[in-house]
Design a binder for this molecule. Structure first.
Ligand SMILES: [Zn+2]
Length: 240
């Protein structure tokens, strides 16, 4: 049995995915959670961001989340966005990254940083009735870029602010992300490289295994620190 008390997970984004994932990891008695977020609690997101209440609107998410989780694990607050200039320093002492951000810039940056730091990462996403979760090994093969980089042109990417997000759907995906993280911390990689998708409208669940993509940074020496600053997705505007 894995001793979780010595493990640290870094949560990128305390939104509809990060809230349930952080809660599940804290309840599983992981030793430490590093919370990375610079946003405030907003009334229109309360239905899916389960760590916050009406009275928290306007407060920093990171402060509220830390208060709710502090009785269950050690919390380290990092009130910032996950950025090229701070990514690698934030990952020091971390065992796994759980990425539930709402924009492609942060998702690709997290993928690059995880490869550079040699850390596993769990990515999650949710839009309308559809959600996905993906566990990536420390060496990638495949990584997030292998699977998603050429799949969706920037101008066709739906924005969560306009497309909407169903609350229970992201709760489900967030719990799945925590489960994948716990599996990885227990050295179970059987689901790495699989995109697990949830179709909440049709209530269908699917697992699709992907192969590494030729030319991706994870299969060559392209995974160098300068790759972080070359991240072309950093110009993608985040959801408000
Ligand atoms: Zn890759």
């Amino acid at each position: 049995m894995t001793d979780l008390s010595s493990k640290t997970a870094l949560i990128v984004g305390l939104g509809g995915l990060g809230c349930p994932a952080a809660l599940a990891l804290a309840r599983a008695k992981i030793g430490r959670l590093v919370l990375v977020d610079d946003d405030e609690v907003s009334v229109e997101n309360l239905h899916r961001q389960i760590l916050y209440r009406d009275r928290d609107v306007g407060r920093d998410k990171i402060d509220v989340a830390a208060e709710r989780l502090a009785s269950q694990t050690t919390i380290q607050k990092e009130k910032t966005r996950f950025l090229p200039e701070n990514a690698l320093s934030l990952l020091k002492g971390v065992d796994i990254i759980v990425e539930g951000s709402d924009n492609f810039a942060t998702k690709f940056l997290t993928s690059d940083a995880a490869l550079l730091a040699g850390l596993p990462v769990v990515h999650g996403a949710g839009i309308r009735w559809h959600g996905t979760a993906l566990l990536v090994r420390p060496q990638g093969k495949p990584c997030y870029r292998c699977i998603f980089e050429d799949l969706l042109p920037d101008d066709q990417a739906p924005a969560c602010s306009t497309a909407g997000v169903v609350g229970p759907l992201v709760g489900l995906v967030g719990a799945l992300m925590a489960d994948l993280a716990l599996s990885a911390l227990a050295s179970d990689w059987s689901r790495a490289g699989q995109v697990l998708s949830v179709d909440g409208w049709h209530r269908k669940y699917r697992a699709a295994r992907f192969h590494p993509r030729a030319g991706c940074g994870c299969d060559s020496d392209a995974a160098k620190p300068e790759a972080l600053s070359r991240n072309r997705y950093l110009t993608t505007p985040p959801c408000p």
